[in-house]
Design a protein around this ligand. Structure first.
Ligand SMILES: [Zn+2]
Length: 297
């Protein structure tokens, strides 16, 4: 198991704005500057505005333009700290905690920054699971005063799949779905599983289609047995619920996928803690920006 990137190591690597700036340049343009308008490779650096001006079309580009941090006014050092805290915190961090730790004046800004970094944690969907897997679905949220005991009302269905050899868990994916229908579950598993892998389910009707694409093992629980037929995916779901309850007080279903992405981002990198900061920073660079109004409107 790799060591975590310690606070000491982080501070040594990024003691000031300048180191953050150089590092961001290297990560954003690994092959050198590239103008977003004309594709030209050369630029003057305008020190006063910290912008790059293309030598061909003269367009000025800020370092964070086109990244998830577009138009955030905080110094890069603050953004790096935020990525570091979010990436390395085992349980996640609330907007209020981020505000306090980083000395951000407005709660809205801290909340927006947290959502921006969390959105960069979404799966790239380029690495479907390759090992044997267990799949199931669950319901999250919706438990408000006066709504108890009313079944799934107000809750969001979530599809879950985890790689397992029966003993340990590998990587996993979680997605909100409109309803546990054949169509939704097919789509979820087709995107997140490599063709031909063996997937075990509880035999729920909507999984009936699966045999065409995967080696489907419907495991129906017998009344005489207390054995959990899907032990690993149930552990994953239990861990998710515990984390959501422990870290976040209110959980609007509108943003639930972002929370699932955060959980999975950490879960799938729990053995790669040394590189988790770099990974998340690079994701922030390639993730499109959005504004406070986009999130709340
Ligand atoms: Zn240009």
């Amino acid at each position: 198991m790799e060591p975590v990137l310690s606070l000491y190591d982080f501070l040594t690597r990024f003691p000031s704005e300048e180191e953050c700036f150089q590092y961001f340049v290297k990560k954003r343009w690994p092959d050198g500057f590239r103008c977003p308008r004309c594709g030209n490779h050369a630029a003057y650096f305008i020190e006063k505005h910290r912008r790059f001006q293309c030598t061909a079309c003269r367009r000025q580009t800020s370092l964070t333009a086109g990244t998830v941090f577009h138009r955030m006014r905080q110094p890069l050092l603050t953004l790096f700290w935020a990525v570091y805290f979010i990436a390395t915190s085992k349980k996640g961090i609330s907007a209020m905690e981020l505000k306090r730790k980083l000395g951000i004046k407005s709660y809205q800004t801290a909340w927006l920054l947290l959502h921006k970094i969390r959105s960069a944690m979404a799966s790239s969907q380029m690495f479907p699971l390759t090992g044997d897997a267990e799949a199931d679905e669950t319901f999250i949220g919706g438990r408000r005063p006066g709504k108890r005991g009313r079944g799934a009302e107000g809750k969001t269905p979530v599809a879950a799949v985890v790689e397992t050899d029966g003993k340990t868990m590998g990587r996993a994916y979680l997605e909100t779905i409109d309803a546990a229908t054949t169509e939704n579950l097919t789509s979820f598993l087709s995107r997140n599983l490599s063709p031909g892998v063996k997937v075990t389910t509880d035999g729920f009707l909507a999984y009936g289609f699966l045999s065409e694409n995967f080696h489907h093992v419907p495991r129906v629980r017998s009344n005489s047995s207390d054995d959990d037929t899907l032990p690993k995916v149930h552990i994953l779901i239990a861990n998710l619920k515990m984390w959501l309850r422990g870290t976040y007080n209110c959980l609007p279903s509108k943003h639930l996928q972002h929370y699932l992405d955060e959980f999975i981002f950490r879960f799938n990198r729990r053995w790669k803690l040394e590189s988790i900061f770099d990974k998340l920073l690079v994701r922030c660079i390639v993730t499109p920006s959005f504004t406070y109004a986009d999130l709340t409107g």
